[in-house]
Structures are given as C-alpha cells and as structure tokens.
Design a protein around this ligand. Structure first.
Ligand code: SF4
Ligand code: SF4
Ligand code: SF4
Ligand code: FES
Length: 960
C-alpha cells in the first residue's frame, strides 16, 4: 500500500462542446476549449513547474514559475493563465525558461527558512519540489537582506517582519514565516469553501495572509481545511502532521457524519490515522470537506470507547465485563426467554443510519427471520420518514431526484427548512458557488440562517415563516402558480395524472390558500410570497432542497407532497438543475431506509404484505415471514410502558437522547426486561441496558453508505476493530445464538445478497464500486452504471400524482402559559447527539447548547446574553444559557440538541407526523425565564452519568 496521489492538472478540468488541438514539446494534444496550456501539458504527462496554481482553483498567475514559450508570441506567458488554442506550438523547456524559473525560485528561497530537514512539510512540500524541479543549487541574493524569517539571534524577535505562529485553531497551525503569498489559501476559502475568511493584507514585501483581526479561531473561518489542503508549503499545516510526521499509505473511505457522504483518503502511518484528506475523485464532494469529516475523527480512539462486552441482570446492578461468547449467549437466552413468556411480538430492534448498509440489512434480517416478526424500525423514523412517504406517493420513489452536481445547472434554488451551511456544509459550498455565478435563492425558514445573507450571497427572498406552517406556505406558492397562469401545461399534460391535477389545481386556487389568507398563519408578507412563487415558476430551472425543518412536523409528509405538487406543476422534475432533494441528516439515512429497516417494508421499499416480495425472502432465508407490519419506535415504547414489549436490540442509536419526550422514552426502556445496546460509548440509552456490545467506528469497518443523492460509497477498514470484532460479525453471532444461520465472510457477500433480493440494487457489487468509485441506485440491467437523475422521461410510478395537501395547524398551541415556540436544529461543529463530535476538539466551537432568543423576547423577560434561563414546556423543563440573537423572529426560540447534559428532548412533545410518526421536534410551545438552577432532570441525569462512569471503572473528566 502506498499514498494515493491524485494528478494535479494545475487549473480546473474544463468541459466544453468544442476542442482545440495544439502541440506541446513536439507532441500533439486535443483538449476541451478553455483548457489552460498548463493543464493541456499535464494531460500529456508534462509537469510544468508551478506554485500558485492547483486544479481546484481558478488560475491566478502570480508566481511566474510556469512560464512557457509559444511560437509567434512575444515573451514567456504563464501557462496557467494562457488558454490553449488551435495550432499553438508550445515549448515548456528551454535554457531561457530554465534561467527565468531559477531566478523566481531564488527570490522565494532567499526569504524562506532553510529548515527543510526539520520542517513538518518535509516530503510533502511543493516549494521543495519546485526547487528540485528547476535545479536550484544556490541563492545568489543571500539570506542577509530583509526577510520574514525568525531571527536566530538571542536578542529576541528584533526582526519586525517576522510574525509569530497562529495556533488558535485546534486542528491546524499557521506559520507566516513560511508563506510565499501564493494566494492559494485565500482563493480556496473564497472559491471552494465560499466563506471568504482570508485576505492578503499589506503590499509587496509586507503582504501576508490574515484571518480577520485576531486569529483563525476568532475569525469567520469554519475550519473546513480547504486552505490547509491548498497551501503548497508548511505555512498552513495539520497539527497531526506536525506531531506525527508524514503519512505513508492511504485508503479511500467515506465520511461517517452527514448525508453529503464525502470521500476521503485516510492517510495513515501503520494503523494510525495521520489525517483525512478529501478525495478529488469523490463524486459527492470533489475534493472538499467540512471540519467534521476532515478533522473530527479523534473520537474513534477516545478513552471513552467501550471495547469489552458487558452484561448486568438489572439496570441498577454494576456492569460486568464478559467475553464475547458470554455476552452473546446471555443476550440470546434473554430474548428467547422473553419471547417464550410474552410472545413472538414482544421483542424488536432499532437500526442506525450511522451504520453501513450491510449492517442494517443484517439487523432487519435478524428481526424478520430470527425474531420472526417485523418489529424493526430505524432512526430515520425521527428524521426523514416523511420524505419516504411523500415522495413515494407523488413520484413513486422514496428518494431525492438529483445528484449534487445538478445544482450547477439550477437557476432558482428554493431552500426550505434546511440549514445547509451547518447541516450539509460541503453541499452548501457547492450551492453557494452556483449562487455566486448568478442563480437566485429563496429561503423559507423561521430563522435567519447563514444562507440568507453571507459574503457574496444574498437570498432574493427570505420567507421567515412561523414554525409549523410549511404546508400553508407551500400551498400559497402553488396558489400563485395556478391562479397566475404559471403552470407548465405541456409537462403536466404529458407527465402527470390529469384528473388528480385538476382536483389539486381547484384546491390550491381556493382563496383560503392564497398568500393573503395564509399570511395570518405563516406571518410571511403576501407580496414577498407572491414574488417568490413567480421567481420559482418562471426563473428557469427551479431546484428545491429541504431538510428536517420540513419533515419533523405533524404535517411533515404533507409538506413533502406539497413540494412535489409545486415542482410537478412547474415542470421542475426530470432534468438537470431541478428536482426535489432531501438533505439527509446522517451519513446513511438513505441507506438505512433502502435496506428494509422500516416495520412495513423490505429492502427497496416493498411492503411486507406483498406476497410476491415475501416469497423472494422466504425462499432465500428458508423461513416463513410475517405479513403484518411491525411496531414503529414510538409503538415499541408505548407497548413497553403498557407491558407487552419487553426486549430491544439497539444498534448505534441513542434514543434516550435523540427521541422526543425523554421521560416517555426512558419509561419505556426502564420497563423492558432486556435492552441490548451496541455502540461506541456508554450512551444515554445504555443507562437502561442489560447487555452492552461494543461497536466499531467507520474507520474500523468495511461496507457501504448511501448518501442523500442515492450514491452508494465504499467504507473501507483502515484500523483493526478495537473490540476485536467487526459489527456485522456481532449481528451474525447473535443470529446464530438465536438459531438463525447466517454465513457471510465479508460485507461484500451481504451486498451480493442485497443485490439478489432488491431490484433497484441488482447491479451493485463491490467489484463495480471498486471500478467506478460509486454508483447511484437504481443500478440494475436497465441502468448498469446507476441513475444520477430520477424520473427523466416518466415518473417511477408512471404518472406524477398530485395530492391534496390541506393545511392543518399543529395541536401544539401557544397560550398564556407557553407563549413562545421552540424550534430545534444543528450547528456546524457538532453532530446530532454529539456522541462523536463532543469527543473531539470541535468542542472549541460549541461546548454547550444555548437558547437563541430575539432581543424583544429577552428584554421583556429581563434576560441578558449569557444568562441561565429555564425553558419549560408541557412535557418538562431544562436550563441553559441564553444567546440574544436577531436571527430569531419574535415569539420563536431555538436550540440545538448536541449535548446530553442539556436534555433538549425533555421538553419536546409526543406529537408526530400523521403518516409516519416522525416526531414534531420543530414546534414546542414553551416559556423562558431567568433562573439560577439546573432542572431536576438535569441534576438527576448528571448524577447518573457520574455513577455510570464509576460503574464502568472510569472517572468522569474534570471538564465534564
Ligand atoms: S479553514 Fe476553511 S474557512 Fe477557514 S480559512 Fe481555511 S478555507 Fe477558509
Ligand atoms: S499560507 Fe500557504 S497558500 Fe496561503 S499564501 Fe501562504 S503559502 Fe500560499
Ligand atoms: S460531515 Fe458531511 S459535509 Fe462534512 S465532510 Fe462529512 S459528509 Fe462531508
Ligand atoms: S503557476 Fe502559473 S503563475 Fe503561478
């Protein structure tokens, strides 16, 4: 194994309909029009020396190292900024060029510390490489003149040009003395990341890179690392490389955080990760990443990792470390005992969207064929289950319609209930790039998220609706489309069910659905809403992106269908640049749904009551399967409280923290006789567990994740599982102990079975993924290389189905006792319940959940920034710090749920989506007041935390 090094063409790869042919060093080459001479040369394998150019950035032309000679042209143009032309004859090497390049390098080196042997970039430094490439042997200017190099005299730092290092960022260091002012970092931050945190201050000799007035940590920098990756020297470099040295081999794998599914090269020394470098060939991220994927992987080896199986008879007993065999035997005997005593339906399992497709598939198989019921559900229940229902009903497939690349063709982008810069940062960068190129943006969100206004981005319309009124808002958009004649009639006639359309058109045209009538619910000025509707319907390709702000409502499924109606009515499905796209929260939400982990569906979204489908599985698995749908998570908990549900296997989930109405969840867990937790850490749910089976992080496993664009990406094992057992093997062992034979030597064999039983996966195999990197399902005989765009000529269900989407206000009402609405979300640096990110340096950005409150609401309650406030709802109360913020609208407060100690779900309610039971996290009536105390629940929880750690033989951190 060696380090994977992608080719750097120096300037971006161009795509064009026409080509040009030129001659470089006597060889003819044909390239797309717009390609630079530098990239054309590289396509012949000719590396022209360069420093300021790299192919993720537009050419800049500042270093003057890439000079070439072109017949018929005067001088020596820079090859990075010179486009290739038909008939051009280029020379990349001559005595003159060699002398010019040497001269350039001499100047650079005369102002550079000559500490190559001890430099942390040694072995991976383009400056060093270029000195070698141009044959630099001496520096005629000497090193004595004015320079930026740290003086070696004992007088201290007398050299005024020398600047100290900036080590404020926990993951990388900026050493200005090594900077060659090539501008790559500044351009990466602007062009790739779109944050514009860096500038070059000063001129000439005084030029230097600056991140805001203080330091990196105090600046607008979001720590994506694009500048570090772009830097050709050791100026911006990962702290891990400084600490450990250069990696020596790498493997491509997939990020285990959000649904973007970025590909990374895990660069290693032995089985120790040195750094994660975004992979240029990764189709979801094209070489970019966010702070989580690139830097926040240290949790994998955190001291809190539980690596030994444990059991206990009662949740009040101390844990006992046991062998794998004993833990599996105990778990199986308990489940057998429970089923014998309480019946077949008394046990079930919850799969995780953090686990691989293969792991999820095995758990649902264990339930259906081993437990012999359909009591399997997934954490997608509490996030995107309405997506599955809504898109399947209207379009025929429970998935987004586009690939991410499609956004490059969008003219109008409608973001509803999503916060891409925090939740899906790499896709947000792509989206922002398109907006900077001229696409228009409409944001519908109760909160003024960063997409509304950030450097070089401004939404044309921010529809700042009240939480819980999405359906009224989307119906009103559709009302404008229908009543103002903005329907794409040809599209609707050819592609959709006309009878349904006509009923729907009459419905949305009713006055009660007009922007003016809806304003009373949504709070969105009718004029803005009308203008936004016109823009979406007439502005060219209209693309909808949405998130949990759509789905986590009592009408989540209705909003998904309303958006599908709107997109169909305007002809915005079935080609590049359009579509309806759920931004999936966790890495494998799409996959966990695809893998049949809902209680009513087998893989590929086929109902358990369908005889033909059941027949496929029965023949393969050799058991008779239940045709009745099983219990959803909330039903399992209800039945546990009711006394009929007694055993639960939870793989990689923490329902005691993530699910709504914590008191009800914990009451359900406490009522069970055997709870098996398989996880990396002793999480909140483990407080109610009887068996703990150590899980493995994404670095320790082989498998696949499916991202939000239906892309199946490989996850490759780079470290041996710390527990000594791969997670899929644990499920196999449990199945065998329960009497269900499973035989898979490697996850690839599980994928082969998935392909065998799932028509949309029929063409998927590890061999194909090795060959093509990734594929998007459906991938089968009809689409052997997968399907980037869905519903191109016809909808999967045949005719697109318009659905009536009546707005029904949530039952959760504000009133004198609870006058404010609480809505919840995420922050960039943390991830979901924080189990992973809280165990990384990402804590530097967000070490507690805070309550964002509008100045008006704060003032009327005497609340100041930083005050401890009590947040109370009908379900419970917690305390947290207030952050006064004009992002909020009056009457609405906001918090995140990343910290178990906050217990944000203590106050959320039991209301849920009518179709799927997805909880209504986004609307809770609350009151806020100043306090001096943490709530009773929080104090009790903290005590439990301490005792849990003590039981596990670990003392709590002083910091915790
Ligand atoms: S880490 Fe990212 S956001 Fe921060 S300065 Fe570098 S490119 Fe910009
Ligand atoms: S910090 Fe690195 S990328 Fe930025 S200007 Fe200096 S040398 Fe170039
Ligand atoms: S968290 Fe999401 S955006 Fe960030 S690197 Fe991972 S997959 Fe990419
Ligand atoms: S690489 Fe062309 S001018 Fe720097």
């Amino acid at each position: 194994m060696s380090l994977i090094k992608e080719i750097d063409f120096g300037t971006p790869i161009r795509v064009a309909e026409t080509t040009v042919t030129l001659t470089i060093d006597g060889e003819s080459v044909t390239v797309p029009a717009g390609t630079s001479v530098m990239a054309a040369a590289m396509s012949l394998g000719t590396k022209i020396p360069k420093l300021c150019a790299t192919d993720s950035l537009e050419p800049f032309g500042s270093c003057r190292l890439c000079l070439v000679e072109i017949e018929g042209r005067r001088g020596t143009p820079a090859s990075c900024t010179t486009p290739a032309e038909n008939g051009m004859v280029v020379r990349t090497q001559s005595e003159n060029l060699a002398s010019l390049r040497k001269g350039v390098m001499e100047l650079y080196i005369s102002d550079h510390p000559l500490d190559c042997l001890t430099c942390s970039a040694n072995g991976d430094c383009e400056l060093q490489d270029m000195a070698g490439a141009v044959g630099l042997r001496e520096v005629r200017y000497g090193y004595e003149g004015e320079n930026h190099v740290k003086p070696v005299t004992m007088e201290g730092y007398a050299n005024e040009s020398w600047l100290p290092k900036d080590s404020s960022n926990p993951y990388f260091t900026y050493d200005p003395s090594k900077c060659i002012v090539c501008n790559r970092c500044v351009r990466a931050c602007a062009e790739v990341q779109g944050t514009f945190a860096l500038t070059i201050t000063g001129r000439g000799f005084d030029s230097r890179v600056a991140a805001g007035p203080t330091d990196f940590l105090g600046s607008e920098c979001v720590s994506c690392g694009a500048c570090v990756q772009a830097c050709p020297t050791a100026t911006l470099i990962e702290n891990k490389v400084i600490e450990l040295g250069q990696p020596e081999h790498s493997k491509v794998t997939t990020c285990a955080y959000c649904g973007v599914g970025c590909s990374f090269k895990a660069e290693m020394q032995g089985d120790r990760v040195v750094r994660m470098v975004p992979y240029k060939d990764g189709k979801a991220n094209e070489g970019h990443s966010c702070v989580k994927g690139r830097f926040a992987w240290g949790y994998a080896t955190h001291k809190d990792r539980m690596t030994k199986p444990m059991i206990r008879e009662a949740i009040t007993d101390p844990w006992r470390e046991v062998s794998w065999d004993e833990a599996i035997a105990y778990a199986a005997s308990e489940f057998k005992r429970i089923q014998a005593k309480y019946g077949r339906e008394s046990v079930g399992a919850i799969t995780s969207s953090r686990c691989t497709n293969e792991e999820v598939y095995l758990v649902q198989k264990l339930v259906r064929a081993g437990f012999r019921n359909n009591n399997v559900d997934t954490c997608a229940r509490v996030c995107h289950s309405p997506t599955g229902y809504g898109l399947k009903t209207t379009l025929g497939t429970s998935a987004g319609t586009q690939d991410f690349k499609s956004v490059e063709k969008a003219d109008v982008i409608l973001v509803i209930g999503a916060n891409p810069t925090d939740g899906h940062p790499v896709f947000a960068s792509r989206m922002k790039k398109r907006i900077r190129q001229g696409a228009k943006l409409i944001v519908a969100d109760p909160r003024r998220i960063d997409m509304v206004k950030s450097p070089h981005i401004e939404a044309q319309y921010h529809l700042q609706l009240r939480p819980g009124t999405n359906v009224a808002l989307v119906n009103a958009l559709a009302h404008v489309v229908v009543t103002e004649g903005l329907i794409d009639e040809t599209y609707v006639r050819e592609r959709c069910d006309l009878a349904d359309f006509e009923v729907w058109a009459r419905f949305v045209a009713e006055e009660r659905n007009s922007p003016e009538a809806s304003e009373q619910y949504t709070g969105v000025p009718a004029a803005d809403l009308r203008a936004a509707a016109r823009l979406y319907a007439t502005g060219g390709n209209g693309a909808i992106f949405y998130g949990l702000g759509v789905t986590e409502h009592s009408q989540g499924s209705t909003t998904v269908m309303a958006m599908a109606n709107l997109a169909m009515a305007t002809g915005n499905i079935g080609r590049e640049g359009v579509g309806i796209n759920p931004l999936r929260g966790q890495n494998n939400v799409q996959g966990s749904c695809d893998m049949g982990s809902f209680p009513h569906e087998f893989t590929g979204y086929r109902h358990v009551s369908d005889d033909a489908t059941r027949d496929i599985f029965e023949k393969l698995w050799g058991v008779q399967l239940d045709s009745e749908q099983g219990l959803r998570i909330p039903n399992m908990l209800d039945d546990a409280v009711g006394g009929s549900f007694k055993g639960l296997y939870v793989q990689g989930e923490d329902i005691a923290q993530s699910d709504p109405n914590t008191q009800h969840v914990t009451a359900g867990l406490a009522a069970m006789e055997c709870v098996i937790i398989q996880d990396l850490f002793l999480n909140e749910t483990a407080k109610y567990a009887h068996v703990f089976l150590p899980g493995s992080s994404f670095l320790e496993k082989d498998g696949t994740f499916t991202n939000a664009e239906r892309r199946i990406n490989r996850v490759r094992q780079v470290m041996t599982p710390l527990s000594g057992k791969a997670e899929f093997q644990v499920t196999i062992d449990l199945a065998r102990a329960l009497g269900l034979e499973m035989n898979y030597a490697h996850p690839s064999e599980i994928m082969d079975e998935i392909a065998l039983v799932t028509p949309t996966f029929a063409g998927v195999s590890y061999a194909k993924l090795e060959e093509f990197g990734s594929v998007q399902w459906p991938c089968n005989d009809k689409a052997p290389l997968g399907t980037p765009l869905m519903h191109v000529d016809r909808f999967v269900r045949g005719k697109g189905k318009f659905m009536i989407t009546e707005y029904v206000p949530t039952q959760e009402r504000t009133g004198p006792r609870f006058p404010l609405i609480l809505t919840t979300g995420r922050i960039l640096s943390q991830y979901n319940v924080g189990a992973q990110t809280r165990r990384t340096e990402n804590q530097a950005w967000h070490d507690e959940d805070v309550l964002e409150i509008h100045p008006f609401d704060a003032e009327s309650r005497g609340i100041k920034d930083g005050d401890l406030v009590a947040l109370a709802s009908r379900s419970g109360d917690i305390s947290l710090r207030a952050e006064i913020s004009e992002r909020m609208q009056p009457g609405v407060v906001y918090t995140t749920f990343h910290h178990a100690s906050t217990g944000a779900n203590v106050i959320t309610t039991d209301y849920s989506d009518w179709a799927t039971n997805c909880p209504e996290y986004k609307v809770t009536a609350v009151e806020v007041r100043r306090t001096n105390y943490y709530s009773e629940w929080q104090e009790r929880n903290r005590e439990q935390d301490v005792s849990l750690r003590l039981i596990a033989g670990r003392l709590p951190d002083a910091a915790e």
